[in-house]
Design a protein around this ligand. Structure first.
Ligand SMILES: *Cc1c(COP(=O)(O)O)cnc(C)c1O
Length: 400
C-alpha cells in the first residue's frame, strides 16, 4: 500500500467530517513523526495539544503496556487500585480538592454543565430549570449538541438544532460584558484562558483576574476550560497561573494521557463537586484503571522532565524566531509558551496552502479559521529543533 491507497480508503469508507492534510503517518517519537514513505516531519500541532509529552513517550508507553497486562476496565460499579492514586496526584499537582474523571474533553464539558446547574439549584437557590451559563463568542468546547448549541461558529452548529437552552454568549476578553450579562439566575461563566481553536486569541492582561473577582462577588462559578491550554502548554501547568487566579472548576483532557488514551477530568473545589450524588452522573470508561495509570505517568513525566519550564523557555525562543521573519503576509504573531499562531493578511489568500508548503518542507501545522496557522509542538522540543522549524518557516514565507 502506498500513500494514495491509504488516502483512497479513508475517502471511500470514512465519513467526511475532516479535511486532513494528505500525509499518512505511521510512526512517532518525541517531536517527530514519519509517513508511510519514511519521510520525517516535525509535529507542530501535537494533536491539538494532546501529545504535550511527545509522541510515544517511553515511560507512558511502559505504564500502558504494564497496566494492560493487569487490569483495564472494572466500571465504577467496583473500585480499582489506580483511581485513588490518580485523584490524589492530580489534586496535589493542580491544588484541587476533588476530581471527576471522564474520557473526552466534550464529556468533561458536559459534566461541568450538569454540575453547575445542580449547584445553582441546590446551593445558590436558582428556580428550577432557570439556570443560565455564560460563555464567550468564538469559544471551542467540543462537539456535542449542547456544546455546539452555544458555539458561534456556523460550521459547527448549523444544521444540528434544536439546541439546549440556558446559555448566554458575550464577547471574549471583555470583563464588563460579563458583569452586565449576569442575572440572579446565572450559575456559571465558562471560558478558555486562551482561545485555542479561535486562533490562539489571548485576552487583555488582567482579564482573568477581573473575571475571578466578578464571579466571586456575584456568587457564580468560574469554569476554566484548560483542555488545550492546560498541562504545560502555555509555559505554566495551568494557564490560570499567568494571572495568579484559581478557577472553581477546571477542565483538563488531551495531554492528561500524553496522547495514549482519552482521559479527561473536571477538577473542583469541595463546595461545587459535593452537589453530585451517587447515580446522578457517570461513564462506563471514566476513571478506568488503564486511564488512571496512563494519566498518572503522563503527569509524572511532565513534572519530572521539566516540560512546563521547557515550554516557557522554548516558547519564547520560538515566538522570537517567528518575529524575526520579515514577511508582508504576516498580520500578527502571538503566543504564550508553546501555544503560538501566525495570522496572515487577507492578501495571503488563506492559510491552507501555506500549511501544504510547510508540510512539503517537513513541518506539520494546521490552519485554524482560514487565515491563522497555529504552532504548538510537543513540549519536549529543544533549541536545535526550534531553529530547524524556524528555518523552514522562514524559507516557506520568504519565497513569496
Ligand atoms: C479539544 C478541546 C475540547 C474538546 O475535547 P475532545 O476531547 O475533542 O472532546 C474542549 N475544549 C477545548 C478548549 C479543546 O481544545
Amino acid at each position: 500500500m502506498n500513500e494514495n491507497n491509504y488516502i483512497e480508503l479513508e475517502e471511500l469508507y470514512g465519513a467526511h467530517n475532516y479535511k486532513p492534510l494528505n500525509v499518512v503517518l505511521c510512526k512517532g517519537e518525541g517531536v517527530w513523526v514519519w509517513d508511510v514513505a519514511g519521510k520525517r516531519y516535525m509535529d507542530c500541532l501535537s494533536a491539538y495539544s494532546a501529545v504535550n509529552q511527545g509522541h510515544c513517550h517511553p515511560k507512558i508507553m511502559a505504564t500502558m503496556i504494564e497496566q494492560c497486562k493487569k487490569l483495564t476496565l472494572t466500571s465504577r460499579a467496583f473500585r480499582n487500585d489506580q483511581l485513588g492514586l490518580f485523584y490524589k496526584e492530580l489534586c496535589e499537582l493542580t491544588k484541587s480538592h476533588k476530581v471527576l474523571p471522564m474520557n473526552s474533553g466534550a464529556e468533561a464539558v458536559e459534566t461541568v454543565i450538569k454540575t453547575v446547574r445542580k449547584w445553582g439549584y441546590t446551593v445558590k437557590g436558582v428556580p428550577a430549570d432557570k439556570a443560565e451559563i455564560i460563555v464567550c463568542a468564538n469559544n471551542f468546547h467540543g462537539r456535542t449538541i449542547t456544546i455546539v448549541g452555544f458555539s458561534t461558529d456556523e460550521t459547527s452548529r448549523s444544521g444540528f438544532g434544536p439546541f439546549t437552552p440556558g446559555f448566554k454568549i458575550i464577547p471574549f476578553g471583555d470583563a464588563d460584558a460579563l458583569e452586565k450579562a449576569i442575572t440572579p439566575n446565572t450559575v456559571a461563566f465558562m471560558v478558555e484562558p486562551i482561545q485555542g481553536e479561535a486562533g490562539v486569541v489571548i485576552p487583555p492582561d488582567g482579564y482573568l483576574k477581573k473575571v475571578r473577582q466578578i464571579c466571586t462577588t456575584k456568587n457564580i462559578v468560574l469554569i476554566l476550560d484548560e483542555i488545550q491550554t492546560g498541562l504545560g502548554r502555555t509555559g505554566r501547568l495551568l494557564a490560570e497561573e499567568h494571572e495568579q487566579i484559581e478557577a472553581d472548576l477546571t477542565l483538563v483532557g488531551k495531554a492528561l494521557s500524553g496522547g495514549f488514551y482519552p482521559v479527561s477530568a473536571v477538577l473542583s473545589n469541595q463546595a461545587v463537586m459535593d452537589v453530585l450524588r451517587p447515580g446522578e452522573h457517570g461513564s462506563t470508561f471514566g476513571g478506568n484503571p488503564l486511564a488512571c495509570a496512563v494519566a498518572r505517568t503522563a503527569l509524572k513525566v511532565l513534572v519530572e522532565e521539566k516540560m512546563v519550564e521547557n515550554a516557557a523557555e522554548m516558547g519564547s525562543y520560538f515566538l522570537n524566531g517567528l518575529k524575526q521573519i520579515k514577511c508582508p503576509l504576516f498580520k500578527e504573531i502571538r503566543g504564550r509558551g508553546l501555544l503560538m499562531a501566525v495570522e496572515l493578511t487577507a492578501e495571503a489568500g488563506g492559510a491552507r496552502k501555506y500549511c501544504e508548503k510547510l508540510k512539503e518542507s517537513g513541518l506539520l501545522c494546521k490552519e485554524t479559521h482560514d487565515s491563522t496557522i497555529r504552532f504548538a509542538p510537543p513540549l519536549v522540543i529543544n533549541k536545535e529543533d526550534v531553529e530547524w522549524a524556524i528555518d523552514r518557516i522562514t524559507k516557506v514565507f520568504t519565497s513569496y
